[in-house]
Ligand binder design. Structure first.
Ligand SMILES: Nc1nc2c(c(=O)[nH]1)N=C([C@H](O)[C@H](O)COP(=O)(O)OP(=O)(O)OP(=O)(O)O)CN2
Length: 168
């Protein structure tokens, strides 16, 4: 191979390396104990406006162009603060939307010590995925000094129902 071809090959290799993406994932599955109740007040035509609950599961996809000094994308074990936050928001809690017409009733339940109420911008798997994404994306960016970004969050009610939020 002549010098010009070698240089061309090397440039191609560099371009491929620059574009390469490594991904790692983290899942907190239905056995994690994120036992959460909610109601979707806007789904008034279905039983989903009634309080109901699931052992929620979360799956995160992280991505990077550069592995760290250990050859890792996102440290699997470095997400304990995220796990703790998920428990705080979704374990034995009752999630209601900030615009729920019965918000005052839920707040009264909380005041009586009958429910740990968490008020979120919106309720539902898609909205929950977005809410979690916003929090975790900020954490990951800070923790890795921008090296890693969060690609998607999947929220599952059970093996059959899930929603995914991702931001390009
Ligand atoms: N895209 C979405 N669809 C629905 C959501 C949601 O968050 N995103 N949520 C609900 C309900 O709140 C409930 O969680 C699911 O109840 P249901 O519709 O009864 O679903 P099932 O899996 O129990 O239904 P099967 O027919 O037994 O499969 C509804 N939709």
């Amino acid at each position: 191979m002549d010098i010009a071809s070698l240089a061309h090959e090397e440039a191609n290799d560099q371009a491929r390396t620059r574009r390469a993406v490594y991904r790692s994932t983290k899942t907190y599955d239905h056995n994690e104990g994120l036992s959460c109740c909610f109601r979707q007040w806007r789904a008034f035509e279905s039983h989903c406006h009634l309080i109901h609950g699931y052992a929620l599961a979360f799956r995160f996809v992280f991505a990077t162009h550069e592995l760290d000094e250990r050859n890792w994308c996102m440290d699997f074990g470095g997400l304990k603060p995220i796990r703790a936050w998920l428990h705080d928001v979704f374990d034995h809690t009752l999630v209601v939307a900030k615009d729920d017409p019965h918000l005052a009733d839920f707040e009264a339940l909380a005041l009586k010590g009958l429910a740990s109420v968490r008020i979120l911008p919106n309720v539902g798997c898609e909205a929950t995925a977005q809410y979690v994404f916003d929090y975790v994306a900020g954490y990951v960016s800070q923790d890795t000094a921008g090296r890693v970004w969060l690609e998607s969050v999947e929220v599952s009610e059970h093996g059959g129902n899930s929603a995914i939020y991702e931001r390009p």
